[in-house]
Design a protein around this ligand. Structure first.
Ligand code: DGL
Length: 270
């Protein structure tokens, strides 16, 4: 009954943690492509190849359902995967839809025409590849009208977090928020559209100030996954064993993950 969680590196542990709390009986298999992180500076073809390789490994580990926790993979590869690559008995789901449903106050599966929503000026913080894909704007346009989106590609933040340099990460967050404010002085909502950003969520909140509602993915994705498994319990795959897999150096990744999750976490070679 295992469920797979895919990320380009360690950031997806934010989604893993929320999902494991919401669904304590589900064994999760986590795959971090640490050898190839960051994805945010790669082209769409490259992201597609890496993502399909990682998801194949999760299928092999007994997962029939895989969550692409990585926004960059969700933005640049998911549609192509769903259109022609995912086998009929498997599912691969991304992280944009739960986020946009929360932003537009929609229930799951509400496919009614786009309508006016409470938020009008939305700041999107994401990796360069996610911003370039315009996947967020595309999904939003299916559900809402009259929403102005300003996207800020947050170069460097993922690398700083993966390196554990939180002082640099905080400085970069501040400068990206300032850059966003030059384009959109008064956003009423902000989307943290990268798995790594919840780790520096307080820095985003500080820099944005109290009038900006910040939407962060882990809890939204976990709630949406719990809901999905209630409707589709058969999508829990045959795997029984929770695992953490990495394409990087297992020792180094285990040490970093232990710091993030604040408990000993052992990664194995994928
Ligand atoms: N985890 C990816 C995301 O959510 C970002 C990290 C990367 O650039 O690889 O967008």
């Amino acid at each position: 009954m295992a469920v797979g969680i895919f990320d380009s590196g360690l950031g997806g542990l934010t989604v893993y943690q929320a999902a494991a709390e919401a669904l304590p009986d589900v064994p999760f298999v986590y795959f971090g492509d640490n050898a190839n992180t960051p994805y945010g500076v790669r082209d769409a073809e490259d992201i597609y190849k890496l993502t399909t390789a990682g998801v194949t490994r999760l299928f092999e580990a007994g997962c029939d359902l895989v969550i692409l926790a990585c926004n960059t993979a969700s933005a640049a590869a998911l549609r192509r995967m769903q259109e022609g690559w995912v086998p009929a008995d498997k599912r691969v789901l991304g992280v944009f839809v739960p986020l946009i449903e929360a932003l537009t106050e929609r229930e799951w599966g509400d496919n009614s025409p786009p309508r006016e929503v409470a938020v009008k000026h939305v700041a999107l913080f994401a990796t360069p590849a996610t911003v370039r894909s315009r996947a967020f704007q595309r999904e939003l346009a299916f559900r809402a009208i009259g929403v102005d989106v300003e996207a800020q590609a947050c170069a460097g933040v993922v690398d700083a977090i993966e390196e554990g340099d939180m002082i640099l990460a905080e400085a970069l967050v501040r400068s990206h928020v300032e850059a966003l404010r030059r384009k959109m002085p008064e956003p009423d909502a902000a989307i943290l559209g990268c798995t790594h950003y919840p780790i520096v969520e307080d820095d985003f909140k500080d820099a944005l100030g109290p009038n900006v509602k910040v939407f962060s993915q882990p809890a939204l994705v976990a709630a949406s996954l719990a809901d999905y498994l209630k409707r589709r319990p058969e999508m829990r795959g045959p795997g029984e064993v929770p695992m953490f897999l990495t394409t990087g150096d297992p020792q180094r990744v285990s040490d970093q993950a232990t710091r993030f999750l604040r408990r000993r976490t052992e990664f194995h070679a994928a």
